[in-house]
Design a protein around this ligand. Structure first.
Ligand SMILES: Cc1cc2nc3c(=O)[nH]c(=O)nc-3n(C[C@H](O)[C@H](O)[C@H](O)COP(=O)(O)OP(=O)(O)OC[C@H]3O[C@@H](n4cnc5c(N)ncnc54)[C@H](O)[C@@H]3O)c2cc1C
Length: 308
């Protein structure tokens, strides 16, 4: 029996793996891949302590750090997907297509993927002006006109961030009203003189040459198409959390994210923790994912030691 299973190999999973090994917990880390979502990024500029690093290089560093500790206490199962977590005698069993691992505690760090913009050219211009991370790519478009697609809290928070340095921000929303965002945030963002909105419209095409230069939207009421000249399109239309292995085992929110206690990262089920983008934390960043996982690990350590 293991002390602890970590599921996931993004910044959250790797941070938990390193900390668990340093605390000499008998741990198994199961990850389909190591590196996480920002492996796709050309230049990560906010991984604290490292001003510039490509996502690929960051993934290599994460794996290197993990392998430093992979020895008698930390076992790495890389290239496999955990398919289920079930209750077992004295803990939980995590199953992959090849084996099962039983432990006293489980940390879920399976992250997720961003919902992609379904418009002509959106895929072609990804990383050429179409972006899914304002904190990562926003400063590149300083002084320029940009668009944000999405009228929920994430859309408004992204707009607020961009307004600090972009010439103008046009928020594009498919519904006539902003019912999914907090009124206070909406009012504060809309009060900014450089903020514009287009409501009840659907993005139909991202246009450009080498880089984005416009987004076309269709008015849902009239069908009229309008081109809005922008240098970048920030997409904030939601995330698809990879929480299928724990569905029915821990409480999920309406978007299938794992509900956690923000002080400890505990889920609704004693013995299971969650951290990073698969949890219901509002902000999605590498440093936050790693920090939340470390917080969970500290709590898990006391849980395991107290149970002895
Ligand atoms: C294109 C892009 C660029 C970004 N750039 C930045 C940036 O510059 N700075 C920044 O701070 N943030 C950035 N982000 C956000 C950041 O990448 C995420 O917040 C962060 O990766 C979340 O880490 P995580 O460990 O929670 O999950 P993830 O990074 O999603 O990692 C999840 C891990 O779990 C594994 N996994 C999933 N399901 C299973 C399963 N069932 N069994 C086993 N393994 C599983 C995956 O293979 C992966 O290793 C970016 C996001 C995107 C999409």
């Amino acid at each position: 029996m293991y002390d602890f299973v970590v599921i996931g190999g993004g910044p959250a999973g790797v941070a938990a793996g390193v900390y668990a090994a340093r605390k000499r917990l008998k741990t198994v880390l199961i990850a389909e891949t190591i590196g996480g979502q920002s492996t796709d990024s050309q230049d990560v500029q906010n991984w604290i302590g490292t001003p510039h690093i490509s996502g690929m290089e960051m993934a290599k560093n994460l794996e290197k750090h993990l392998r430093e500790y992979a020895s008698d206490t930390l076992e790495l199962i890389i290239g496999q997907r955990a398919t289920s977590v079930t209750k077992a005698d004295g803990g939980f069993t995590v199953t992959t297509p090849k084996a099962s691992y039983t432990a006293k505690a489980v940390l879920v760090t399976t992250g997720g993927s961003r919902k992609k913009l379904e418009a002509v050219g959106a895929e072609q211009f990804e990383n050429k002006g179409v972006t899914y991370c304002a904190s990562c790519d926003g400063p590149i478009f300083s002084g320029q006109d940009v668009a944000v697609v999405g009228g929920g809290n994430a859309g408004f928070e992204t707009a607020a961030q961009l307004l600090a340095y972009c010439k103008s921000v046009t928020l594009i929303h498919r519904s006539p009203e902003f019912l999914k965002a907090d009124k206070a945030t909406v009012d504060a963002v809309l009060a900014h003189p450089n903020m514009k909105t287009l409501v009840n419209v659907t993005p139909v095409e991202v246009k450009g040459a080498q880089f984005v230069n416009a987004i076309s939207v269709k008015d849902n009421a009239t069908g009229a198409i309008t081109d809005i000249p922008v240098a970048a399109v920030f997409v904030e239309i939601g995330m698809i959390p990879a929480t299928a292995p724990v569905k029915g085992v821990v409480d999920l929110d309406e978007w299938d994210k794992i509900k956690v206690d923000a002080k400890t990262q505990r889920t609704s089920t004693t013995g299971i923790w969650a951290a990073g983008d698969c949890s219901d934390g509002i902000y999605h960043q590498n440093n936050i994912a790693a920090g939340d996982a470390v917080k969970a690990l500290e709590d898990i350590y006391f849980f395991i030691k107290a149970a002895k």
